[in-house]
Write a protein that binds this ligand. Structure first.
Ligand SMILES: *Cc1c(COP(=O)(O)O)cnc(C)c1O
Length: 394
């Protein structure tokens, strides 16, 4: 019997829960796309995007998903035959490497496993041995499959210590607006992000950010795609060029509302602190469940755990029935497992705790998972919900 007649709760790491305020901001008639309100809204969005990425560099908004801006970023600073170093700590690092490969870029992929952050010293060592061939280092801030958050500041330090000129390019699609990220202070040259994770907007727009160094590199790149070329989109004479065509009107209204909530009202540092707290509550629960040996957090080291998503794995149990129980009986949709390392997708569930979340949703989801573990007789330690509650009330 399904007990679920209320609103389903999606605890997936994107698309994340969309605030009603964002949906309501999108519920309006089509605007003038040549002048007026929309132009001002776009300018204020670009300002807020700079604030959320902590950069004075240039954001570019594309009608796209994350895969699109992976391509956009590469297209603007690299060309076929160029060599890049790509660091993988899960499926998404491999994904960006694949895109680069398909574009004729020579990719050296370094796989750092799927249990913790990459080793910056190893990157420094490779860069020291390079004779100037490597044009960029590609890294994922938070890998949404493994739920590892990588130390980007350490990576910059490693590049600098090696005295290497490579651009640092970072995928923040899962982490922007959830986890601390400092584009300028950490010396990130190019960053990519999407709207449907931390930024709480329906999928449909995605972003590149680039600094002056990347702009300079870009000047010497032969660009075959007028669509991905970020140059005409930056400081355009006519608004039409900003999006290389019709702007994503309603996404912009939704995005403006979401950024107002995050940047102007809650404040970015509070947003980060809220995500940290909520993540710690999830870990407290999962770590208790783990005491019985059937399921556990994929990432052991606390410093390497993401505060946007938690990947739970099992070495012994098929978790497909748990996904079904949560969804069909209780109306809770967990993140599907994206297989990695030794784990098939049915040995994984992911809890997305990014974006528009509160303790009711979080404790509701954790209690529901525990009810599912009970219903399916999956061994788990006691006291998980109480432990999560303690974190939230401390
Ligand atoms: C979701 C995600 C992507 C892919 O984004 P799409 O919008 O699905 O194309 C890439 N990288 C990371 C880290 C992600 O979380």
């Amino acid at each position: 019997m399904s007990l679920s007649q209320g609103r389903d709760l999606f605890m997936t790491p994107g698309p994340s829960v969309i605030p009603d305020r964002v949906l309501n901001a999108m519920h309006r008639a089509a605007p003038n796309i040549y002048e007026g309100d929309l132009i001002d809204t776009t300018d204020s969005i670009l300002d807020s995007l700079r604030k959320i990425a902590r950069t004075t560099g240039d954001p570019t908004i594309y009608i796209s998903n994350g895969h699109g801006v992976w391509e956009a970023a590469l297209h603007n600073v690299l060309q076929a035959g160029d060599k890049v170093l790509c660091l993988a700590t899960g499926v998404f690092g491999n994904g960006w490497a694949n895109v680069a490969n398909n574009m004729g870029i020579d990719v050296e992929l370094i796989n750092f496993g799927t249990t913790g952050s990459f080793d910056a010293a190893k990157v420094a060592e490779i860069l020291r041995g390079d004779t100037g061939e490597i044009k960029a280092v590609l890294a994922t801030h938070t890998d949404t499959s493994s739920s590892i958050t990588n130390d980007i500041a350490a990576l910059r330090k490693a590049i600098d210590e090696a005295g290497h000129h490579a651009l640092l390019m970072v995928d923040c699609i899962a982490s922007l607006g959830c986890e601390p990220f400092e584009m300028d202070a950490w010396g990130v040259d190019v960053m990519v992000a999407g709207c449907q994770k931390g930024l709480m907007v329906p999928p449909g727009v995605a972003f590149t950010f680039h600094n002056a160094k990347a702009a300079q590199v870009s000047e010497n790149i032969q660009k075959s795609s007028p669509y991905w070329n970020w140059t005409p989109r930056t400081n355009p004479d006519i608004f039409y060029l900003r999006f290389n065509g019709t702007p994503p009107t309603h996404h912009l209204f939704g995005l403006a509302e979401a950024l107002k909530m995050l940047v102007d009202e809650e404040g970015l540092e509070n947003v980060w602190a809220r995500h940290t707290k909520q993540a710690q509550a999830v870990w407290a629960a999962v770590d208790r469940w783990a005491e019985a040996g059937a399921i556990r957090c994929n990432v052991n080291k606390l410093a390497d755990r993401s505060s946007a998503v938690t990947t739970v794995v099992s070495d012994t149990v098929d978790l497909t029935p748990l996904h079904h129980w949560c969804q069909d009986t209780a109306g809770l949709v967990l993140g599907v497992g994206i297989g990695f390392g030794n784990y098939e997708s049915n040995q994984i569930f992911r809890i997305g705790h990014m974006g528009h979340m509160n303790p009711v949703m979080l404790l509701g989801a954790l209690s529901t998972i525990e009810a599912g573990l009970n219903a399916l007789q999956i061994p788990h330690g006691e006291g998980a919900i109480e432990a999560a509650g303690r974190v939230l009330s401390s």
